[in-house]
Design a protein around this ligand. Structure first.
Ligand code: ZN
Length: 133
């Protein structure tokens, strides 16, 4: 398995437009807003050097981001590593004894294939593995 880079940092927010302004004020530019139905979120990506900041707002009360905010408040929600081959990465991490939230890749924003590792196995950090071109 090969990790290519820190793909992005995911930040859970209550109001995407309002928080976007903070990153705009920092001089970053959004690539636009995308709704990912499957994950009940709308997201905005802000490219920053070789990585990106991802803001996530829940589109449903029972969505994972809504639940995260209820428990932890707004803030950093996950860290995403870009891998060369996500199927291989999932298999390898499982073999090493890590619990995967996603045993098979699913689709995330921008058509990326993603899989989350369980934060209990990674000392509290929700790790997203992502493969995109
Ligand atoms: Zn993400």
């Amino acid at each position: 398995m090969k990790v290519l880079k820190l793909d992005h940092i995911g930040i859970a927010v209550k109001d995407l437009e309002k928080v976007s302004q903070v990153y705009c004020d920092l001089g970053l530019k959004s690539e636009g807003i995308e709704v990912v139905e499957e994950q009940k979120v709308k997201v905005a990506f802000f490219p920053l050097g070789d990585t990106e900041i991802e803001l996530l707002e829940s589109t449903a009360e029972d969505g994972p981001i809504a639940k995260f905010i209820e428990k932890n408040g707004e803030g950093v929600q996950h860290v995403a590593f870009r891998v060369e081959n996500i199927v291989e990465a999932i298999k390898e991490m499982k073999e090493k004894g890590y619990r995967m939230i996603d045993e098979a890749p699913r689709y995330g924003a921008g058509g990326a294939k993603i899989a989350f590792m369980h934060p209990k196995g990674t000392c509290g950090v929700l790790v997203e593995l992502t493969e995109r071109k």
